[in-house]
Design a binder for this molecule. Structure first.
Ligand code: GLY
Ligand code: MN
Ligand code: MN
Length: 425
């Protein structure tokens, strides 16, 4: 769990990053309609949650930075018995004041009134430019002629880059649940008949082990389905002799995990599958071993492209000189995506990759990123030997940058061929 003192410290850091004489407004997520009058399960906005730990909708956070002081105000929905009967208990201001440490806590109904009184004293306004909401329109409208506007999401994204020990604990917990789910898949895929059944088994484990949900829609892709990078239909048969690419990770207390494993349906790799898998695994391990403070993500990207290109030449999938092939980007056909991304409250954590001057931000202790090389060979790619066609392989782990180098937070999730083949179910 993350304690209120940590949320308070985050608010303080973001407030200090505001220009003097500023007001920042951060809104809770809106309820999203699924269809007609049914709603998606509510999930708090990541930035709002990062600064408050408050999970209810219809809430607002205001941060003020004056000349010398910073202040923080939370607005929460008021308690209404008749509504709580339908949608659940609300904390209300009285209880919120006991659990949350703000300069004051008001009901949301008076947000506009308070905003208008605060705004008189402040020159600069910060809010999330990407947020589409009536309340944002209100702020824009009321301040358009005489205020300087900044995007608060940029400042919060910077703070979210470095994870605290408490955050790393939650990611580790998410990964311990995700491990169970992937091991279930290795042990049970052979007795299941389709991708969705396997997806259901994985997500059953997420929820029965205390996770709120998946951190993103699970990809369970058998055979050639794996060559669609964002395949989420998960509606095909599990075919004996084929591989399944499973990209699935749970969210635990608002923290993501993001793991891909590629496993044989029947528990044994064919020779061709082994050749491709070993090559990708080898590259993944090499790139992970390069992770350390000060290295650039782009260097990891470049190295992964070089190693995968070499591997493709080794297997005869590409022919020619590796340097020339790289220059002509021939490997991109088989490895079209990035080596990894920041991960945290969001699976693709909304932290910057470049600093204010546009310079790439190097890795620093406390950052968490995925490493996820992959090779995808379409079933109809006649330029490749038949034995490799219809195979898509990605292997993905979640890596913490440490002062010494790195810690693979998902190292306990099986990925060696001998271990996958050797598991007793
Ligand atoms: N699961 C999404 C990704 O790997 O980036
Ligand atoms: Mn990923
Ligand atoms: Mn993934």
């Amino acid at each position: 769990m993350i304690k209120e003192v940590e949320y308070r410290a985050r608010r303080e850091r973001v407030s200090c990053a505001l220009k003097k004489n500023s007001l920042a407004i951060i809104f809770s997520a809106r309820i999203q309609i699924r269809s007609n009058d049914t709603e998606f399960p509510y999930r708090q906005d990541s930035n709002f949650y990062y600064l408050t730990g408050f999970k209810e909708d219809n809430a607002v956070l205001i941060l003020r930075r004056g000349r010398k002081t910073t202040e923080s105000y939370l607005f929460v929905q008021k308690k209404v018995k008749e509504l709580e009967l339908w949608t659940g208990k609300r904390l209300g201001t009285k209880a919120a004041k006991k659990s949350f440490n703000h300069d004051d806590i008001f009901i949301s109904d008076i947000f506009e009134e308070k905003f208008l009184s605060f705004v008189k004293e402040h020159q600069n306004i910060y809010y999330d430019f990407s947020f589409e909401d009536k309340r944002v329109d209100f702020i824009r409208e009321k301040t358009k002629h005489f205020r300087v506007h900044f995007n608060i999401a940029t400042l919060i994204g910077r703070e979210r880059l470095i994870k605290s020990p408490a955050e790393i604990k939650l990611i580790t917990k998410a990964l311990s649940i995700t491990k169970e789910a992937h091991h279930y898949a290795i042990d049970h895929a052979f007795e299941l008949s389709n991708e969705r059944e396997l997806q259901a088994g994985i997500e059953y484990i997420f929820k029965t082990h205390g996770a709120y949900s998946d951190a993103y829609t699970s990809i369970v892709a058998c055979a050639n389905s794996a060559n669609t990078l964002h395949y989420i239909n998960n509606d095909k048969k599990l075919v004996d002799g084929e591989l399944i690419l499973i990209d699935a990770g749970c969210e635990y207390e608002y923290y993501a995990s993001d793991i891909t494993r590629t496993i044989p349906v029947n528990g044994k790799f064919t020779q061709a599958q082994k050749e491709l898998y070993s090559m990708v695994l080898d590259v993944e391990k090499k790139i992970i071993s390069m992770v350390r403070p000060d290295i650039l993500r782009s260097s990891l990207q470049e190295k992964s492209e070089e190693l995968l290109c070499k591997g493709l030449v080794g297997l005869g999938i590409l022919q020619g000189d590796v340097k020339k092939l790289l220059k002509m980007k021939k490997h991109k056909k088989y490895y079209p995506h990035g080596i990894g991304h920041w991960m945290g409250i969001d699976v693709h954590d909304t932290c910057p990759y470049k600093d204010e001057k546009g310079k790439e931000i190097p890795l620093m202790p406390g950052m968490v990123m995925t490493i996820e090389p992959g090779i995808y060979i379409d079933k109809d790619d006649k330029s490749v030997a038949r034995k490799y066609r219809g195979i898509g392989i990605r292997i993905e782990d979640d890596i913490l940058v440490t002062y010494e180098g790195y810690e693979n937070l998902s190292k306990n999730i099986t990925k060696e061929i001998s271990e996958i083949e050797g598991r007793d179910s």
